[in-house]
Design a protein around this ligand. Structure first.
Ligand SMILES: Nc1nc2c(ncn2[C@@H]2O[C@H](COP(=O)(O)OP(=O)(O)OP(=O)(O)O)[C@@H](O)[C@H]2O)c(=O)[nH]1
Ligand SMILES: [Mg+2]
Length: 303
């Protein structure tokens, strides 16, 4: 993961954590005399989630009782407890298209960054020598097609456009057909923002996915939930409901650069069995990085 970009993006989260963590871990004090409540508050403020926070505090208390303090002190212990917790939940392989064509469906609530992510992923595939196609299955919002067209131009890739009011599933079908006949490596399908609680809109997503599979068995190969990190813990509920409705293969966490609540990535991985695949670290086309738990956690603590 390009470390500098990630570190820059996590600055706000790091500041929240470090400020409080410094208050907790006064040099020379043992963990037993440190104020773990401050740490608890800091972790919750960074949206690590109650469950993860409680586990961490317990683990640190018991390590302290057993006098198992690492050479780097409590801070190192915190870091290694976080890492240990995420073992097995790590995203081991950076995401790449593995099928040809590899069909990716982007879903999420309104304004999370789906259209931006479509452009960013297309650019990344193009940069690595692939031939991606993007498709506008957002036929709901008036300017959606234009917005995606701008991203297609920026990424210098082809687009299957939509007409306002058209059936989003038919756009997806056309895109998958075109990708098969045109020798494309990947199809990135952008969809309209929708609330996870709206049953009919979730049905529409299922239909889009079904139609892709009709044209190309096995498609869509990935269904990524694009989740706005600034929404905090409500994101967990969004992920749960989208997953129940259509089955997610991963999460793309956006706007990490504009929040101090980057801990949400840890909560997601711990509480849901869905990997965070990539993170959005800005509004520009190259501001998308692969997620790696180790670098992520290290970026919480190192400036
Ligand atoms: N700072 C920051 N802004 C982002 C990031 N990703 C997207 N945005 C911004 O978020 C806003 C919404 O992005 P869109 O891509 O239009 O979101 P969307 O999910 O397609 O929105 P709808 O189609 O309306 O549901 C835009 O202003 C983007 O520039 C990110 O990683 N960091
Ligand atoms: Mg959009």
């Amino acid at each position: 993961m390009p470390l500098d970009k990630l570190k820059d993006a996590l600055k706000k989260t790091r500041d929240v954590l470090n400020m409080r963590v410094e208050d907790v871990f006064v040099p020379g004090r043992t963990l037993e005399t440190c104020d773990l409540e401050i740490l608890e508050e800091a972790l919750i403020a960074a949206d690590v989630g109650i469950e993860v926070t409680e586990e961490i505090i317990e683990a640190m208390k018991s390590a302290a009782r057993a006098q198992k303090m690492p050479p780097g002190g409590p801070l190192e212990m915190l870091e290694s407890e976080l890492l240990c917790m995420l073992e097995g939940a790590e995203n081991l392989e950076p995401w790449r298209p593995t099928k040809k064509p590899h069909v990716v469906l982007l879903v999420g609530v309104n304004g999370t960054g789906k259209t931006t992510v479509a452009g960013k992923i297309a650019k990344r595939i193009k940069d690595s020598g692939g031939k991606p196609l993007i498709a506008s299955s957002d036929t709901f919002r008036a300017a959606a097609n234009e917005q995606l067209t701008i991203w297609a131009e920026r990424a210098n890739v082809e687009i299957v456009q939509s007409v306002s009011g058209a059936d989003p599933a038919s756009v997806a079908f056309d895109a998958v057909s075109k990708s098969l006949s045109g020798g494309y490596d990947a199809v990135i399908i952008d969809t309209a923002g929708r609330l996870h609680t709206k049953v009919n809109l979730m049905e529409e997503l299922k239909k889009i996915a079904r139609v892709c599979g009709k044209k190309l068995p096995g498609a869509p190969h990935d269904i990524f939930l694009v989740l706005d990190a600034t929404t905090g813990n409500n994101g967990i509920q969004q992920a749960r409901l989208f997953d129940e409705a259509i089955g997610l293969t991963g999460i793309i966490l956006t706007k990490l650069d504009s929040t101090s609540k980057g801990g949400i990535a840890l909560a997601i991985m711990r509480e849901l069995d869905i990997p965070v695949k990539m993170v959005g670290v800005g509004e520009k086309i190259d501001d998308l990085v692969d997620f790696d738990a180790r670098s992520f956690i290290e970026s919480f603590f190192e400036s």
